[in-house]
Design a protein around this ligand. Structure first.
Ligand code: AR6
Length: 165
């Protein structure tokens, strides 16, 4: 069973095997945590993403799926990119948010990673309410087979939501 930790801070500062990126289906960068990871990790990450798009992921990465690249200059071995669902008032997309976590853990495990850091996927630009996201994320990592699962929360409200689950 993995140790589950909560940290208030910047995910790009973490020293773990895998840093998870809340990407979009293009895999070619964006704002929020995605922008921060590419800025700090350097151009190697984008180059690896472009290679994925030129190969198996010509149509992009589907919501809920996950794929690994180099972590570039980050203090990690890999970045695992996953695409969270956009919040919807009319449709329950919880399964897709859970799938992001489970598929990221699967990719990390297959690589031989022992530690992973997740941001609060979908809770920024994709507008998922943070308390709901915290509950879904926590449940999805419950049976993780790594040593360490760390949630890195960027603001106090997210930190409070995750630690209160
Ligand atoms: N470290 C940790 N958490 C962060 C950081 C950071 N450096 N920066 C932001 N957050 P978001 P999404 C938090 O918008 O909602 C991008 O354009 C942020 O406060 O990054 O899944 C992608 O390309 C929030 O709690 O991701 C997609 O188009 C959480 O990370 C889209 O945004 C997620 O916010 C994905 O939207």
């Amino acid at each position: 069973m993995a140790t589950i930790e909560y940290v208030l801070g910047d995910i790009t500062e973490q020293e773990v095997d895998v840093i998870v990126n809340a990407a979009n289906s293009s895999l070619l960068g964006g704002g929020g945590v995605d922008g921060a990871i590419h800025r700090k990790g350097g151009p190697e990450i984008l180059a690896a993403c472009r290679e994925l798009r030129a190969g198996h992921y010509g149509g992009g990465l589907k919501t809920g799926q996950a794929v690994a690249t180099t972590a570039g200059r980050l203090n990690a071995r890999w970045v695992v990119h996953t695409v969270g669902p956009v919040w919807s008032d009319t449709e329950d997309r919880s399964e897709l948010l859970a799938a992001c976590h489970r598929n990221s853990l699967k990719v990390a495990g297959d690589l031989g990673a022992r530690s992973i850091a997740f941001p609060a996927i979908s809770t920024g630009i994709y507008r998922w309410p943070v308390r709901s996201a915290a509950r879904i994320a926590r449940e999805a990592v419950e049976d993780a087979e790594l040593d360490l699962v760390r949630f890195v929360l960027f603001d106090q409200a997210a930190y409070d939501a995750f630690t209160r689950v």
